[in-house]
Design a protein around this ligand. Structure first.
Ligand SMILES: O=C(O)C1=C[C@@H](OP(=O)(O)O)[C@@H](O)[C@H](O)C1
Ligand SMILES: C=C(OP(=O)(O)O)C(=O)O
Length: 434
């Protein structure tokens, strides 16, 4: 396949609905699998990562069928799950690995979890530590605290746990385990992270109490099936928001997006940089705000990032670096060390990709310094087999002088299989000189 992208003088124009939110899709499937009875989820994201969650739940005896936009989940409830016949392969999905470990911490049968080469490198100690304190046992096949491992659940005891780092995955793993203990489990996070687990549990008849960065959950909660709708993923929309602000004469309306404040830090930072972006909450789906984002090409000034806002834009930092190459000055993205522990080291990958295209970025231990007003020339890049890095490179080609040639773009299916369809939709009048 020809992975060369170039759109000289393109203009973005139109309206777009991006596919369902990945974080909410994982949680919808997992909670429906824990609950007894039938659940129906509308607009579940159909991507490789979400398939990992679906197939893991199917291996545990949950019936899951998708018909068009609707996914039907019929579960006997977590206490009647059956032990899987084979190891469960979670592919590339860190969210599935962490959240499912939390759920399996109370499952009385051993389950072997594994993943692809990237997932096997990702840190799991952050969930293994607290889940072991609660009573789960982990046996490692290779390196300690890494996949593959066997998790042996047990009758859990509740804990009070202070997260050493802000992570919605770790918080969710402990809260999901906490729903099966005796007594109350308390989690405190240093900075507020995405709160979809807390909000969605309520739709399944459970309760999690929230007080700013403190969460508490009573044990022995039994969830029942629910009907959910998943709004558009703001992390997928972010690619088109970035593309529109940096591409001259462009405007775009993104519809039915999740506008949860714990997820739209990228939009808030761009607004601070002077980007013309209007955000309109139109409705609430469950407890989640949903609405539209209208964005236009903009002249941008550098800004700085506070530690507190990082979790609300954690997956959008590479895009922020691309946008920063077009500002009227130098911008430093600080407090981003956690990016080194994603599908690839995203600090290094971002710097390498954008510098290969002619930008001027400096990699530091926990930050990236970016020179503005850069001319992106184009050239060859690697995606590091990371979906967000591949899509970053495609968006960079909107403003490059020559084609951007990417070694592997198949990884985009991890989170956004409709990516190129959506790209063609917003460049609908564009005539390609192929
Ligand atoms: O909970 C979630 O759905 C996610 C949380 C974030 O990870 P961390 O919890 O590791 O920060 C994010 O990077 C990931 O894409 C999805
Ligand atoms: C980091 C990501 O996902 P996960 O941790 O679930 O692999 C992501 O989608 O960017």
């Amino acid at each position: 396949m020809n992975n060369a992208y170039h759109f000289p003088n393109c203009i973005i124009n139109g309206r777009l609905k991006v596919p369902g939110d990945k974080s909410m899709s994982h949680r919808g499937v997992l909670l429906a699998a824990m609950a007894k009875g039938q659940s129906v989820i509308n607009g579940l994201l159909d991507s490789e990562d979400c398939k990992s969650t679906i197939e893991a739940c199917q291996a545990l005896g949950v019936d899951i069928q998708t018909v068009g936009q609707q996914t039907f989940i019929e579960s006997p409830g977590i206490s009647s799950w059956r032990p899987p016949k084979q190891p469960i392969n979670l592919g590339n999905s860190g969210t599935t690995a962490r959240l499912l470990s939390g759920v399996l911490a109370a499952f009385q049968h051993p389950v072997k979890l594994t993943g692809d080469e990237s997932l096997k490198q990702r840190p799991m100690k952050r969930v293994i530590g607290p889940l072991s304190t609660m009573g789960a046992r982990f046996t490692f096949e290779g390196e300690p605290d890494r996949l593959p491992f066997i998790i042996q659940g047990s009758e859990l005891k509740s804990i009070s746990y202070e997260l050493p780092l802000p992570s919605a995955q770790v918080k969710s793993a402990i809260l999901l385990a906490g729903m099966s203990t005796y007594g109350k489990t308390i989690v405190r996070e240093p900075i507020k992270t995405r709160d979809h687990t807390e909000k969605m549990v309520k739709a399944f008849g459970g309760t999690i109490d929230e007080d700013h960065t403190l969460r508490s959950v009573e044990g022995k909660q039994f969830l029942k099936g629910a009907h959910l709708t998943i709004p558009g993923d703001p992390s997928s929309a972010a690619f088109w928001i970035a593309a529109t602000v940096i591409t001259p004469n462009s405007e775009l309306q993104l519809e039915d997006l999740s506008l949860n404040e714990t997820r739209i830090g990228f939009i808030r930072v761009l607004q601070r940089m002077g980007a013309s972006i209007d955000v309109t909450v139109k409705d609430y789906v469950g407890l989640e705000p949903v609405g539209d984002v209208y964005v236009r090409s903009s002249t941008l000034m550098p800004t700085s990032l506070s530690k507190e806002e990082i979790p609300s834009l954690i997956d959008e930092v590479p895009l922020l670096a691309l946008v920063a190459t077009q500002t009227e000055g130098t911008m430093t993205l600080e407090h981003i060390n956690e990016l080194r522990f994603k599908e690839t080291d995203r600090i290094h990958a971002t710097v390498e990709i954008l510098n290969s295209l002619g930008a001027n970025l400096n990699e530091e231990e926990e930050s990236i310094k970016i020179e503005g007003k850069s001319d992106l020339k184009g050239g060859h890049v690697t995606s590091y087999n990371d979906h967000r890095m591949a899509m970053l490179a495609v968006v960079a080609s909107f403003i490059s002088n020559t084609p951007v040639i990417i070694d592997n773009i198949d990884c985009i299916n991890i989170s956004y299989p409709n990516f190129f369809q959506n790209l063609n939709g917003i460049l609908q009048d564009y005539v390609r000189d192929e």
